[in-house]
Design a protein around this ligand. Structure first.
Ligand code: FAD
Length: 471
C-alpha cells in the first residue's frame, strides 16, 4: 500500500469537529471548504495533487500544534504536516483530513556571537538565509529558496555547502518536537538522543518539529553562480571528475538537460544538450577563481555567471505559481565516466517530456566524514547523487514519463539501491526502506515505536513502528 492510499474513513470524517468548534480551539486561522483562500491554502508545490482537506489549521504557536496533534490522536483523523509545501509526494495535503500548516511560525532568533540560531519551522530556506546573511553567517540548506527548512532538514538537506560543512542535519544542534502524545520535547545529543538521531534524516515520522537550533558558519561572500557548458560525453564526465577533485569549499549541482529557450542563452543553443550547473565556492575569492578554472576550461562556456557574490544570491528567482507535474527517481552512483555520460545523453534525447533532466550532485567532503550510524541519513559514503526527472503538462502522460524514468534509472544502476528520502515521490514502502540502509531501518522503527506507536504521523515517507518483539 502506498502512503496516499491511507485515506480518511467516513467514520473519522464524522469525528472531525465542526469548523466553528475548530476555530474556537486554535489561536491560528482555520481555513475550511468554502473560504475564499481554501483553494490556495490546499495547493502544494507539485501539480496534479488535488486533495480537499476538511480543514487547514495555520498554527500560530506551539499550543496550536499540541492541540491539533491531540485532536488527531483522539479522533484518528489523517494529519498532513506542511511547512514549505514542497513534498515530492504531496504529503503536505490530505484528502478529508486536517492540514497542520506551520508556515506562519517564522520566528528566528540569531545568536551571532555564538554562531547559532533558533528557527521556527515555518521558515523557508530563503527567509532564514537572508536573515542570517545580515550577520555574515549561513547554514546550508538546498538549492531552492522557497523550500521549507522543516521538510528539508528532517530528511537530511543537501545543498551548496554540503562538501564544506556537510548536510543541513550536520549543523542541527537541537530541536523542539511535539510528539504523538502532545508533549513538547527538547531534543539534542544528550536529551532524548534516540529521537535526535532519528529526526536527522528520518523525516516527519517522529513528531512535529516546531523549532530547530542550527549552527551558523562564517559565509558572507562566496564565488559562484551559474555556468552553462555544452553537454557531451566528455564534458559531462570531466565535469564530474573536476567536481570530485575540487577542494571541499566547492559544491556543485549540475543539471544535464536540453537547453530551454531562456533569454540569456544564445538562440542557436536552444534545444541542444547542456550542462546547466550551479557552482559555489565558500572561501576566498581568489581561491574560488582557481577552483572554477578547470570547469571553465572544459569547453567554451555558453553562459558564465560565476562571480563573487553574497551567499543568498545563489538562490535563483522562482516563478510564482509554478506547479509542475513530475516523474522522478533518486539514486546514488559512484562512477560517472564517458560511457555513462553517453547513456545520459541518449536517454535524455529519447524523452518526450517538456523538460527532462539528469541532476548530478557530487558528494563527499564534510558530509562523508560523519560516520554513517551518527544520523538517520546513512548514505555518507555515496559518491554521487543523481536525480532523474521528467516534467510534463498533462496528467494522462504520467505512465509514459514514469516508464522513461524507470528505464533510465535501471540503465544507471550501479549496485547501490539507496534513495534520498527528500527526493522520493509516492513510491511505496520498499523505496522508503531504500532511504535507510543497513541497520538504520530497524533502528528507526524502534524509535518510531517508542515515540509514535500508533503511527499517528503516517502521511509521510512512512516508517512503521516496530512490533513488540522488535520486528
Ligand atoms: C524545487 C525543489 C527543490 C529542492 N531542492 C532540494 C535540495 O537542493 N536539497 C534537498 O536536500 N532537498 C531538496 N528538495 C527536497 C525537499 O527537501 C523536500 O521536498 C522537503 O520535504 C520539502 O520540505 P517542505 O517543508 O518544503 O515540504 P512540506 O511539503 O511542507 O513537508 C514535507 C514533509 O516533511 C514533513 N514535515 C514538514 N514540516 C514538518 C514539521 N515541522 N515537523 C515534522 N514533519 C514535517 C512532513 O512529513 C511533510 O509531509 C527540493 C524540493 C523541491 C520541490
Amino acid at each position: 500500500m502506498t502512503n496516499s492510499s491511507l485515506s480518511t474513513s467516513p467514520k473519522t470524517r464524522d469525528a472531525i469537529p465542526s469548523t466553528s468548534e475548530l476555530r474556537s480551539l486554535f489561536n491560528g486561522r482555520v481555513i475550511a471548504p468554502g473560504d475564499p483562500e481554501y483553494d490556495k491554502a490546499r495547493t502544494v508545490f507539485y501539480g496534479g495533487i488535488d486533495r480537499r482537506p476538511a480543514a487547514i489549521v495555520r498554527a500560530q504557536d506551539v499550543g496550536d500544534v499540541a492541540r491539533l496533534v491531540s485532536l488527531a490522536r483522539e479522533t484518528g483523523v489523517e494529519l498532513a504536516v506542511r511547512s514549505g509545501g514542497h513534498s515530492n509526494a504531496g504529503h503536505s495535503v490530505t484528502e478529508g483530513g486536517i492540514v497542520l500548516d506551520l508556515s506562519r511560525m517564522k520566528a528566528l532568533d540569531i545568536d551571532a556571537p555564538q554562531c547559532s540560531a533558533w528557527a521556527e519551522t515555518g521558515l523557508t530556506a530563503g527567509e532564514y538565509t537572508h536573515a542570517a546573511h545580515a550577520h555574515g553567517l549561513a547554514t546550508g540548506f538546498g538549492d531552492t529558496a522557497s523550500v521549507g527548512i522543516a521538510g528539508l532538514t528532517l530528511g537530511g538537506g543537501v545543498g551548496y555547502l554540503v562538501r564544506k560543512y556537510g548536510l543541513t542535519i550536520d549543523d542541527l544542534l537541537a530541536a523542539e518536537i511535539v510528539t504523538a502524545d502532545g508533549q513538547l520535547l527538547r531534543v539534542d545529543d544528550k536529551t532524548h538522543p534516540d529521537l535526535f538521531w532519528a529526526i536527522r534524516g528520518g523525516g516527519g515520522n517522529f513528531g512535529i518539529a516546531t523549532r530547530f537550533q542550527f549552527r551558523l558558519h562564517d559565509v558572507a561572500t562566496v564565488m559562484g553562480c551559474m555556468l552553462i557548458l555544452p553537454a557531451t560525453p566528455e564534458t559531462i564526465a570531466s565535469f564530474v571528475a573536476e567536481a570530485q577533485a575540487a577542494p571541499d569549499e566547492l559544491s556543485t549541482i549540475a543539471n544535464v538537460m536540453t537547453a530551454p529557450p531562456m533569454p540569456f542563452l544564445p538562440a542557436e543553443v536552444h534545444g541542444k544538450p547542456v550542462i546547466m550547473a550551479m557552482l559555489l565556492y565558500a572561501g576566498e575569492a581568489e581561491a574560488g577563481e582557481g577552483a572554477a578554472a578547470p570547469f571553465r576550461a572544459l569547453a567554451s562556456p555558453l553562459v558564465d555567471m560565476l562571480h563573487v557574490m553574497s551567499y543568498p544570491e545563489i538562490y535563483q528567482e522562482e516563478g510564482g505559481e509554478y506547479h509542475p507535474l513530475a516523474a522522478a527517481h533518486t539514486m546514488f552512483i559512484d562512477i560517472l565516466n564517458r560511457s555513462i555520460a553517453e547513456t545520459i545523453l541518449d536517454r535524455l534525447a529519447a524523452s518526450t517530456a517538456s523538460m527532462a533532466v539528469t541532476q548530478i550532485r557530487v558528494l563527499g567532503g564534510a558530509m562523508a566524514r560523519v560516520p554513517a550510524e551518527a544520523t538517520a541519513f546513512a548514505h555518507r559514503s555515496a559518491g554521487i547523487m543523481v536525480n532523474i526527472a521528467a516534467l510534463y503538462e498533462k496528467p494522462e502522460e504520467k505512465p509514459v514519463h514514469q516508464a522513461w524514468v524507470t528505464g533510465f534509472a535501471a540503465a544507471m544502476h550501479q549496485g547501490n539501491d539507496g534513495a534520498y528520502v527528500n527526493f522520493l515521490s509516492d513510491e511505496g514502502q520498499k523505496r522508503v526502506q531504500a532511504a535507510y540502509p543497513g541497520a538504520t531501518w530497524e533502528r528507526l522503527r524502534a524509535v518510531k515505536r517508542r515515540y509514535d506507536p500508533s503511527n499517528l504521523f503516517r502521511l509521510n515517507q512512512n516508517i512503521p513502528p516496530a512490533a513488540k518483539d522488535g520486528h
